[in-house]
Design a protein around this ligand. Structure first.
Ligand code: HEM
Length: 441
């Protein structure tokens, strides 16, 4: 299988660390659909053909596990939570969590997500002069955390928000570092990364313990039969121990707020760059003056939903996922041995010109005809598909509705797009400064 040589990799070392997305785009251009990286031991393959992607994530998903550096690094923060767990027992936690993401439950928490969006918009934009440049990435971050807290844990995270935000973003930073390091770092070593990790973990533990204790206390006071039908209540009622609940809580905060926040920041940028498309969102919203629900928006607001889908194609926050073969399998027509590492990058698949004509153009029309085909995987595929998919899509539509009903976004003079930074999610380097004008006209 073609791919860069060890010398190429040594030369590219710095640029891979600084900008892995450009590196991936370049190696695919140079070497084709399947690229082999020169690592000792079993092969490491970058897989971009949709059939191979499907094979790894769906067809042979039992063969391909999450026993990879990427998920081992994440597990050092989240423990064996839903996202990082490589064990088949992950399914038991998924079963407990699933009802918190079902259609009826999402329909019921729309109010909380709308309130999270409205409060943050009001707080951040209240004192900002009309037409000022605002970092909308900071706004979407606050909304993302608040929405997860209110909808999944019925907790107002605003008191703990600053600390939790700082702790999650610094742990995400550490996870990225650990994931990229070539040699596994000994967990006990007093290295800077390990010390930062320990401190971030302590803060996450404290935040989680506080949320769990508050819920237990409320349950004791009110004497209700169950702990509630949000995610936290489901976990407490399932008899899961506090450690397991902590792991899922931290997982959901990490997986559920940076991703949505980054996706929304890119969506707002694309709409600021495309005023016609932005106006069409507003036209659609004015035909539906009522509250926008977390579910059913594909029918109610098809254009707004298509904008979200297209933004997730161009800027998929989860830019790479990885799997390890437990047994031999076949990829790109060749047998690959047990131990093979498969790296799948939605960023690359979404930019294939054979699947997406004029792939870099922002064209929501691609999605107005309904659900999409192969070659689109912002939320992954198969049994490990994102459990928060519907929640995230609903939240994005709700936030767009709350913001664009009475604000217009424009690009500032001398505009250049912020560089995409492949962090835990792909986020805009240096924030997303956009001009915010009041009024819809
Ligand atoms: C899994 C992306 C929002 C929780 C995943 C995966 C992707 C993804 C690609 C699969 C990873 C893999 O196969 O290796 C996204 C994107 C989001 C988003 C792009 C927003 C735009 C959320 C939200 C939550 C969440 C809002 C929860 C509140 C999870 C969890 C998993 C997961 C727990 C692991 C599921 C399992 O393995 O059973 N996400 N996600 N995500 N996501 Fe999301």
């Amino acid at each position: 299988v073609p791919g860069p040589t060890p010398l190429d990799m040594a030369r590219a070392f710095r640029s891979v660390r600084a900008d892995p997305l450009s590196f991936l785009v370049k190696v695919r251009e140079q070497h084709g659909d399947t690229v082999s990286f020169p690592v000792p031991g079993a092969p490491a393959l970058l897989v971009t053909d949709p059939l191979d992607v499907k094979r790894v994530l769906q067809t042979s998903a039992r063969t391909w596990s999450k026993e990879t550096v990427q998920y081992a690094a994440l597990a050092r923060v989240t423990g064996p939570g839903l996202l990082a767990s490589a064990e088949p027992s992950w399914i038991e936690h998924r079963r407990v969590a699933a009802p918190a993401f079902h259609h009826e439950r999402l329909a019921a928490v729309g109010d909380q997500v709308r309130a999270a969006a409205r409060d943050s918009i009001e707080e951040r934009l209240r004192d900002v002069p009309d037409g000022a440049v605002v970092d909308v990435a900071a706004l979407t971050h606050t909304i993302g955390l608040d929405a997860v807290g209110r909808a999944l844990f019925s907790a107002d995270l605003s008191g703990q928000a600053q600390d939790l935000l700082a702790a999650t973003s610094s742990s995400a930073d550490i996870v990225v570092r650990l994931g990229r390091s070539i040699l596994p770092t000994a967990e006990w070593a007093p290295s800077r990364t390990n010390l930062r990790l320990r401190s971030a973990r302590r803060r996450l533990d404290r935040g989680a313990a506080e949320i769990i204790a508050q819920r237990r206390e409320r349950h004791r006071r009110t004497g209700t039969s169950g702990h509630g039908d949000d995610l936290l209540g489901l976990m407490l009622d399932s008899g899961m121990d506090d450690r397991g609940i902590r792991d899922e809580l931290v997982t959901m905060v990490i997986a559920g707020h940076e991703t949505v926040a980054a996706a929304l920041a890119w969506t707002l940028m694309l709409l600021a760059e495309h005023p016609g498309e932005q106006d069409r969102v507003r036209t659609e919203l004015s035909a539906h003056p009522g509250a926008v629900s977390l579910v059913g928006h594909r029918e109610q607001l098809p254009w707004t939903r298509a904008v979200v889908d297209e933004a997730l194609r161009l800027y998929p926050p989860a830019w790479a996922v990885s799997r390890r073969a437990r047994e031999p399998d076949v990829l790109a027509g060749r047998e690959v041995p047990a131990g093979t590492l498969a790296i799948i990058s939605p960023w690359l698949v979404h930019r294939r010109a054979d699947l997406w004509p004029d792939p870099l153009a922002f064209r929501p029309e691609r999605f107005t005809d309904g659900p999409v085909r192969a070659g689109y995987l912002p939320f992954g595929q198969g049994p490990r598909l994102c459990i928060g998919r519907e929640f995230a899509l609903g939240e994005m539509v709700v936030v767009l509705a709350e913001l664009l009903r009475d604000h217009r976004l424009e690009t500032p003079p001398g505009w250049t797009r912020p560089a995409p930074q492949a962090h835990a999610a792909v986020h805009p380097r240096g924030g997303m400064p956009l001009v915010v004008r009041r009024g819809a006209a």
